[in-house]
Design a protein around this ligand. Structure first.
Ligand code: 5GP
Length: 186
């Protein structure tokens, strides 16, 4: 694969994992569920998740921006359209890493009095956790790797890969396009 990029979760395994999680969510919410997704990374996961769901659902979106990298201090730059009071809400995340972002977003949502609030993550980096984060539905646990693809980016690149790849962070910092040729055959 070259330039330090390697496939962690190939496309078929990825879609099987999403289907498994969709079955778990469907079983937990027979009356339906409101998904809240954080832009932009979780959109790819959300789109496949809802299409594999067997119960009714609605979707809404939040966008957040970090004040400073690694501090977990974020602010909402695009708020939800829906009033989530009294609703069964599932927050959809691309990857839970330190848990700091998730903790902030969960706090914001909890203040709005949903009937229930759970988290569904595509990827969980359990070993990287700084604050405990209650993730009820997880498609895959991954190690301490920098992951790309299926919504996950570096400098807005690589989101459209239909697989999850471990990237070489050092190479990417030197050149954000470092893996483009090997992953897209460019
Ligand atoms: P946390 O606050 O849990 O440390 O970080 C969560 C956010 O950091 C994710 O929603 C994602 O935007 C970003 N992030 C964490 N780990 C990775 C990774 O391995 N790859 C990419 N592309 N983004 C990551």
């Amino acid at each position: 694969m070259g330039a330090g990029a390697r496939v962690l979760i190939p496309s078929d395994a990825l879609h099987a994992g999403v289907a498994r999680v969709a079955a778990e969510v469907s079983a937990a919410y027979p009356e339906g569920v409101l998904f809240v997704a954080v832009l932009k990374g979780s959109v790819w996961f959300l789109a496949d998740l809802v299409r594999a769901l067997t119960v009714p659902c609605q979707v809404d979106f939040l966008a957040i921006s970090s004040y400073a990298e690694g501090t977990g201090r974020v602010r909402i730059v695009k708020d939800l359209d829906a009033d989530i009071a009294g609703r069964d809400v599932v927050l959809v995340e691309d990857v839970v890493d330190t848990g700091l972002t998730l903790t902030y977003v969960l706090g914001e949502l909890a203040r709005r009095d949903p009937r229930s609030l759970e988290v569904c993550a595509l990827l969980d980096k359990v070993a990287r956790r700084i604050v405990p984060a209650p993730v009820r539905f997880v498609a895959f646990e991954v190690g301490d790797e920098f992951v790309l693809g299926y919504g996950l980016d570096f400098g807005e690149r690589y989101r459209n890969l239909d697989e999850v790849v471990a990237g070489d962070l050092e190479a990417l910092r030197a050149d954000p396009d470092a893996h483009v040729e090997t992953l897209f055959g460019g």
